[in-house]
Design a protein around this ligand. Structure first.
Ligand SMILES: [Zn+2]
Length: 413
């Protein structure tokens, strides 16, 4: 494999990241740039200006996805695509998403200033509303583009104030003309922070995930019997919250019990009537199970379900379980993943073949074309928080790896 001596400008990448971090900056050093907010608009305006500075052909589609296209020698060939998202979690970090967009921009700036012409066109993408924190669910921009979600359904999503997605898209001036639908793409890369502790722990600068783990969501509803807490003896109570407490600990112990690559979490709970002097008679909680191995996750869930039913029966709290959402694990394109590892080797960056525990726009793109991701370490494994951080050397290394991966793909006939 031939790797040209081209490298990105790490200082320029850092300056772009720092400039973007000012938009929606929080006192704790993070970023609050929710999808389709005024801050999102300000970030988009700046991004579009930067795309025009390097003579990219800018398109905005009807979901607000922004694309910048760089001509190829053979311009009718399907393009190489690379991108991520610029929206953030509420009080999120300065790296999640934006690093993949600025990293791609830096790669394109490098090609531009060196007057490199590639065989295929290259397209940079900023996908709308990846986080799903203002408008649920996540990844709607890429989801509609990939044909997995319906545009009008996405338009009807509302935030907690009742604002419609479409109205907000119009308000910030980013409801574009282009149809939001997939077209032929040669391959897709997404450069992203790891959002976990593995790379740091292993002392590796670059990660290439072989794919994204499966995701199984459940909703559990328990019924108890409400009563005044003082006069009601402990014997014979049907306390739905105590039943839930036992179940939640079973979820937490599940990975240890079944072994293998699996994580299990209860992240949300509602307790009714949620009063200090009434025995809880209604509880709802969620279960999230993720694994590289779908069967393993399903078998683990069956064990958990048996436990839940035993606890519910013993405590006299009838249980209802809903299987809310199941996404199978999704392997990336093995050839592209290997390419990223090989490039990292050639550039002298210690690297790791791993899995991604989080969903990304790359999950939907993986349904459309060969796809791979590049990860760089998250300091302390922290993400979706203001202290989210990645070393600038690692940001530069990731952008160099991306630059060469994109160039190689763009030279393929
Ligand atoms: Zn992200």
């Amino acid at each position: 494999m031939e790797i040209k001596e081209l490298s990105v400008n790490g200082q320029r990448l850092r300056e772009s990241m720092e400039r973007m971090a000012k938009i929606g900056a929080t006192p704790g050093g993070g970023v609050h740039r929710l999808a389709l907010s005024d801050e999102d608009r300000e970030g988009r305006d700046l991004f579009v200006r930067w795309l025009e500075d390097i003579e990219l052909d800018v398109t905005i589609d009807e979901m607000g996805n922004i694309f910048g296209r760089r001509q190829g020698r053979n311009d009718t060939l399907p393009p190489v695509m690379s991108g991520s998202h610029m929206d953030s979690q509420p009080s999120g970090g300065r790296f999640d998403g934006i690093l993949g967009v600025m990293g791609t921009l830096e790669a394109l700036r490098t090609l531009h200033e060196n007057r490199v012409v590639t065989e295929r066109p290259i397209v940079i993408a900023d996908w709308t509303n990846e986080e799903g924190s203002r408008f649920a669910p996540a990844m709607v921009g890429s989801g509609v583009w990939a044909g997995a979600l319906k545009r009008d359904w996405a338009y009807d999503r509302t935030d907690i104030h009742g604002n419609r997605f479409e109205a907000e898209l119009v308000r910030i001036g980013y409801k574009g003309q282009a149809k939001c639908e997939k077209r032929p793409v040669h391959c897709y890369y997404e450069y992203h922070i790891e959002q976990g502790p593995i790379l740091e722990r292993e002392g590796k600068g670059i990660g290439a995930p072989k794919g994204i783990v499966c995701l199984h969501w459940y909703d559990v509803y328990l019924k108890g019997e409400a009563n005044q807490v003082g006069p009601t003896p402990m014997e014979g109570r049907h306390d739905a919250l105590c039943a839930a407490a036992e179940m939640i600990l079973k979820v937490n112990k599940l990975p240890e019990r079944v072994g293998g690559n699996l994580v299990a979490t209860v992240g949300e709970i509602q307790n009714y009537p949620n009063s200090r002097n009434i025995i809880p008679d209604k509880v709802h909680f969620t279960v999230d199970i993720r694994s590289w191995d779908d069967d393993h996750a399903l078998k683990a869930w069956e064990l958990l379900r048996e436990d839940f039913e035993e606890i519910a029966a013993r405590r006299g709290c009838p249980i209802t379980i809903e299987e809310t959402w199941r996404v199978q694990h999704s392997p990336f394109d093995a050839k592209l993943v290997q390419r990223i590892l090989d490039i990292a080797d050639h550039l002298g960056y210690p690297n790791l073949h791993m899995v991604s525990g989080a969903g990304h726009d790359a999950s939907y793109m993986n349904q459309v074309c060969p796809t791979a991701m590049i990860f760089v370490p998250s300091i302390g494994g922290r993400s979706h928080v203001e202290v989210e951080n990645t070393r600038w050397e690692d940001c530069e290394a990731g952008a160099n790896t991306l630059l060469h991966a994109v160039m190689q793909s763009a030279e393929e006939h």
